[in-house]
Design a binder for this molecule. Structure first.
Ligand code: KIV
Ligand code: ZN
Length: 498
């Protein structure tokens, strides 16, 4: 039988430490419920002593979650432990996560202390936490840079004091995978009583090795992995939940399973990205926009013949609808034919050759080949849905006034006007467009980027909206970023308005 790896999600604690990504309690509850639905074993809900907001979030998440264990972080300080126990009072399953720095950097420079004194504080913290809660996890902060012999002493002592899980964080993301794996192996082989507790990985991504380190830790005996959705976290982030889970699922020979319902990975990734205002990089493994997009001709041809030629994961397994054949100058005839037939256009071999030649010329000039472009090449563009265009846009905004926008849209040759206010000029303009379009749609992602540098720069806007359960992308570039935002929004709407 396969071994179980417990998944400990710290999106709401370590992940939320990213500047600009703070969530309110309602948003945290929404994510906690989604994490439970995903099948996460432990949800680290916050650091209750750090602020009244964090305390309140742990209380409310404890009420909202039924099956997963809710965990609260503390330092090895009595007051922290008391506050955490209080915040967890409504949790059906609860855990206190206490700990202290164990590397010489922490012992000498942070605490001006000694190894023996730190060991005493560690034991005392576990015993104190045990008065309130049965399930106690202890973290040896900066374990990645802690001498293994001393680390083994600490792990043995805290297990003896009652710790059920011991966390071995590579706090600075310094370790090599082999080094981290050996650390876990050393502890498994040299700590008395190790089999009465679980070792946990907690790897940061400063050198881009968080997932590799966590997997090496698991291969060497760790049975809990601490992770975040999309790998978010301070600096270069934490270990990404989806990467660890899909690595184990893809490598059956490791014989380790998790409780995660992988079909929920993509939806929860979008949810976290939206609520934290943190776009997922396009090439992010498993959940990035391009994770299943094939653009070179050889790959496209291979995938169309048999997806396993270039795909190790079926996109549907992680909740992505299908792979994407991105049309570029490197695409082959097979990819073009495939896209055209998805658009309902079947061509003779001769006509396809013609269209393909023109397609290559166009793709050399234009990076982003859209369905409209290839339909134009085939002469089938008349079948396109009526396009909506921005006829004019006027925005008034400034300091101390509420922004107001007037918008006129041209829909199939007819003009429609509306005005609206909003939190900012973009919000006002989008609200005005919504007054005209009147469809249920939600913005899931909104990204403004400067193309070069300087105040005269062109702003690129990528937008992702949800309508009737489907996702539509829009794009525009303009020196006026408010206009670019509205155009991108209209571009996305054009994908579903017939
Ligand atoms: O990275 C780290 O060491 C931590 C601990 C507080 C668990 O986040
Ligand atoms: Zn951390």
């Amino acid at each position: 039988m396969a071994d179980k790896l417990f998944i400990f999600d710290t999106t709401l604690r370590d992940g939320e430490q990213v500047p600009g990504c703070q969530l309110n309690t309602i948003e945290k509850i929404e994510i906690a419920r989604a994490l439970e639905h995903l099948g996460v074993d432990v949800i680290e809900a916050g650091f209750p002593v750090s602020s009244p907001g964090d305390f309140n979030s742990v209380v409310e998440i404890s009420k909202a979650v039924t099956w997963s264990t809710v965990c609260a972080l503390t330092r090895a300080v009595e007051k922290d432990i008391e506050v955490a126990a209080d915040a967890l009072k409504f949790a059906k399953r609860k855990r206190i996560h206490t700990g202290i720095g164990t590397s010489s950097y922490h012992i000498q420079h942070k605490f001006n202390s000694t190894q023996d004194k730190i060991l005493e504080r560690a034991i005392a913290a576990v015993k104190y936490a045990k008065r309130y809660v049965e399930d106690i996890e202890f973290y040896c902060e900066d374990a990645g840079r802690t001498d293994n012999v001393y680390l083994a002493r600490v792990v043995e002592a805290v297990i003896k004091a009652g710790a059920t899980v011991v966390n071995i964080p590579d706090t600075t993301g310094y370790c090599l995978p082999s080094e981290y794996g050996e650390k876990i192996k050393f502890l498994m082989e040299n700590v008395k009583g190790i089999h009465t507790a679980i070792l946990s990985t907690h790897c940061h991504n400063d050198l881009g090795m968080a997932t590799a380190n966590a997997v090496y830790g698991v291969m060497n005996g760790a049975r809990q992995a601490e992770v975040t959705i999309n790998g978010i976290g301070e600096r270069a982030g934490n270990t990404s939940l989806e990467e660890v889970v899909m690595t184990l699922k893809s490598h059956k020979e490791l014989n380790i399973e998790t409780n995660i319902n992988t079909k929920e990975l993509y939806p929860i990734s979008r949810m976290v990205s939206r609520l934290m205002n943190m776009p997922v990089q396009a090439n992010k493994a498993i959940v990035g926009r391009n994770a299943f997009a094939h653009s070179s001709g050889i790959h496209q041809d291979g995938v169309l013949k048999n997806r396993e030629s270039y795909e190790i994961i079926d996109p549907k397994e992680v909740g992505v609808d299908d792979n994407i054949i991105a049309l570029t100058a490197r695409s082959g005839r097979a990819a073009l034919k495939h896209r055209l037939s998805a658009l309902g256009v079947e061509l003779t071999a001769e006509k396809l050759d013609d269209v393909y030649e023109n397609f290559l010329k166009l793709a050399d000039r234009k990076k982003d080949i859209r369905d409209e472009d290839i339909l134009l090449l085939t002469g089938k563009d008349k079948a396109l849905p009526q396009r909506i265009t921005l006829a004019y846009l006027q925005v008034t905004s400034g300091v101390g006034v509420r922004p107001v926008a007037s918008v006129c849209l041209d829909i199939a040759g007819e003009k429609f006007e509306a005005a609206a206010s909003g939190n900012g000029p973009v919000d006002a303009a989008i609200n005005a467009v919504k007054h005209i379009i009147r469809r249920e749609m939600t913005i899931q992602e909104f990204l403004i980027q400067a193309m070069n540098k300087g105040s005269d720069d062109v702003g690129k806007v990528h937008i992702q909206i949800e309508h009737n359960g489907a996702t539509y992308y829009g794009f525009s570039a303009n020196t006026d970023i408010i206009a670019a935002s509205v155009e991108a929004y209209i571009d996305a709407i054009n994908k579903f308005i017939k």
